[in-house]
Write a protein that binds this ligand. Structure first.
Ligand SMILES: Cc1cc2nc3c(=O)[nH]c(=O)nc-3n(C[C@H](O)[C@H](O)[C@H](O)COP(=O)(O)O)c2cc1C
Length: 244
């Protein structure tokens, strides 16, 4: 078995799985690992919803544009930033909700939830399973919250599909430390000196096994950020009770 650091450095998202449900014991292990992560002030502001109902799963698959690898997989989870429990405690004790409504609480919930997601990802990969985060569920947050019966003070952050891979992608070259790691102070010019990385990524996109493209990382970012996306997210978060 690979050691943990090699495992993490070899990560790549999987988008093609066997149509074979994960055993309950495996799912339990993944869930316990997910929820064992650090938590800001131990608020544990995360819930995880396993989606097994075919109708719900099919709708999540379509709205997230990830149909094949949500429908054909071992298990599908939605990770929810969840401060609903805290609001119930505060309300029962006649306390104000102001400290749960604010941006800091929302960020804490999203951070806790993201830690849980990555914990599950690493746990799954340690069992030679593949994973893909599904941020596509935020394409329609209102519908997702209806489908999952989410109360106020919850925000679905991402889904995760986990299963036995039928195809592995190569490891995508990350931004080098020269661009992303600093001593003592941030350095704007080394952060943005992307010539080397653009050469590395141009080579990667031209030569990878599937979906080869004539592009590089800078071009990808220009394309991705050409238009604002998911502009209803802020309204949804307000609808859920937060006041960011
Ligand atoms: C929060 C989050 C949301 C993501 N959402 C999607 C998604 O909706 N569909 C998808 O195919 N991949 C999704 N991904 C996977 C990324 O595209 C992938 O991690 C990135 O391209 C790097 O590739 P790698 O994971 O293979 O190294 C998501 C990743 C993260 C962290």
């Amino acid at each position: 078995m690979e050691n943990t650091i090699q495992l993490m450095q070899n990560h790549s998202s999987v988008r093609s799985f066997k149509n074979e449900a994960l055993p309950t014991e495996v799912k339990n292990q993944l869930l316990i690992a997910a929820l064992a992560g650090s938590s800001s002030h131990f608020i544990q502001a995360t819930s995880i919803i396993e989606v097994t109902d075919k109708k719900i799963k099919d709708e999540l698959a379509e709205l997230s544009n990830s149909a094949s690898y949500i429908k054909t997989t071992g298990a599908c989870f939605v990770f929810v930033a969840d401060l609903y429990r805290e609001t119930q405690i505060l309300t029962a004790n006649n306390q104000s909700l102001a400290s749960v409504e604010n941006m800091e609480a929302l960020i804490s919930g999203i951070v806790d939830t993201t830690i849980a997601g990555e914990n599950m990802a690493v746990a799954a990969e340690s069992l030679e399973l593949g994973i893909c985060f599904i941020g596509g569920i935020r394409n329609d947050l209102r519908r997702v919250s209806e489908l999952l019966n989410l109360p106020k003070f919850t925000v679905p952050v991402f889904g995760m599909t986990v299963g036995i891979p039928t195809q592995h992608n190569g490891v995508k070259p990350r931004l080098p430390k020269a661009n992303t790691v600093f001593q003592n102070q941030y350095n704007p010019s080394t952060a943005t000196n992307l010539q080397n990385y653009n050469e590395v990524t141009a080579n990667y996109y031209a030569k990878r096994n599937t979906n080869q493209q004539d592009t590089n990382w800078t071009q990808k970012m220009q394309d991705f950020f050409a238009e604002p996306r998911r502009q209803d997210v802020a309204d949804f978060v307000r609808q859920q009770g937060f006041r960011p």
